[in-house]
Design a protein around this ligand. Structure first.
Ligand code: FES
Ligand code: FES
Length: 167
């Protein structure tokens, strides 16, 4: 991906420092998939309209299909692969398993990453708020009900974990 106008771009990816030579046209999604071989973020629409490519940049949801890679210089980028701790799933992932929040799974990356961003900001969103937060993530399989229930379950799991850690 390096060209004469490439710029050295350094960022943290799932907790580890990385650097790339990013050409001005390079998109973060291509860098994540083609350079770092991460398969969590998916290519769906390529126009910031479906959510399949979602990642967290400094904790906020970002559409990697339209974000220039050079823009994440100095940032903390988290992908689906960065959520689990070893064999232990992130509570949002665990909740999606428990509530069967996927059919084909293509939208799953965006749903999970968006839920993570939401619950980090708002630990106990009501159903209307969850719907609103996921509004721009498209599920072609019509799994919305199970997805909403998954996010509610994730909030419960995270609340329980907080209680345990606070004694
Ligand atoms: S692929 Fe990025 S929002 Fe659809
Ligand atoms: S589960 Fe297939 S697109 Fe959502």
């Amino acid at each position: 991906m390096s060209t004469a106008q490439s710029t050295l771009t350094r960022f943290r990816l799932n907790g580890a420092p990385v650097s790339i030579e990013a050409a001005p046209k390079d998109l973060l999604l291509d860098v994540l998939r083609d350079v770092f071989r991460l398969r969590g973020p998916k290519y769906g629409c390529g126009r910031a309209q479906c959510g399949a490519c979602s990642v967290l940049v400094d904790g906020k949801i970002a559409r990697a299909c339209v974000l220039r890679a050079a823009r994440v210089d100095g940032a903390e980028v988290t992908t689906l692969e960065g959520l689990a701790e070893g064999d232990r799933l992130h509570p949002v992932q665990q909740a999606f398993v428990e509530k069967q929040g996927a059919q084909c799974g293509y939208c799953l990356n965006g749903m999970v990453m968006t839920a993570c961003a939401l619950l980090a900001q708002e630990p106990a969103p009501d159903r209307a708020r969850i719907r609103e937060a996921l509004r721009d993530n498209i599920c072609r399989c019509g799994t919305h009900q199970e997805i909403i229930e998954s996010v509610e379950q994730a909030a419960r799991l995270m609340a329980a974990a907080r209680e345990v850690s606070h004694g």
